[in-house]
Design a protein around this ligand. Sequence first.
Ligand code: 8YV
Length: 319
Amino acid sequence: MTRPRLCITRRLSDATLERAARDYDLVVNHDDTPGSAGDLIAASAEFDAIIPCHSEHFSAEAVAQFSDRLRIVANHSVGVDHCDLPALKERGIAVTNTPDVLSDATAELAMLLMLGAARNAVAGDRIVRTGLWDSWSPAFMVGKQVTGARLGIIGMGRVGRAFAAKARGFNMDIHYYNRTELPEDKAQGATYHESVESLLGVADFLSLHCPATPDTTDLMNRNRFAMLPEGAVIVNTARGALVDEEALLAALETGQISAAGLDCFKVEPGGNPDFAKYDSIFMLPHIGSATRQTRDAMGFRALDNLDAFFSGKTPGDLL
Ligand code: 8YV
């Protein structure tokens, strides 16, 4: 039997590429540049399957021009906001993602961002690194204590719950907003809020863990920043689309928030150049799931989905 032709759009982990080459007629974009709409349209005529990253955009316009050959898009990501799911469904193309396996890595990064933002990591690192550290005072770089503080989580899915588990190690008082209240074995004592607005009122620290959808675009806007306790810290490891970046800067200027830890931006790659002026914004370049172990697990999960699909089974992560 001829092996399915598979296109991998980015440089996935070595273990993933080895396994993919063993089982599929594989072509990898070793340039590791994001695939354009034109690249995806061309690939749809040559391949039975594509493993893309969130950097490839399956817009309705592109998908409408796909050839009938492509049968499955097995994403190497949990987020699928880069895929127009109705358009892919209409073309009969299966779509999968990679949940679970990146929850701990992403939650770890959220913790790093929360701690770094709260405790002046940007300015502190810089003055030591550049030799500008020439004095010390008890009034120097006084931050906001995480231990015991109230934490608000928007989106108590797998990553939100993994973050809550880590925050319990800091004795945080955990509150959450989710579309539905969780059963106690998942909530683990966290307090449910029926509205985002109610949650914001208690969120001395706020961490975003919900998907980017039309409903969550600019979820954190001017009105909602104003509902946070004064001096709150916001963390975003989910998607840049969730935060109105002008509103975030305005909230920093007034002191409504004291700091932000951001792994996601409206424009990626690149980020927001206006943020660079603020030491109170601790930034990383969308590396939430970037650990060796997690990259292997994501690649393997995408391949598990493909293997199931091509052996006539329903992939575990079919959307
Ligand atoms: C990934 C992510 O690095 O999985 C996601 O949704 O945002 C990231 O953690 C990226 O999407 C890989 O394609």
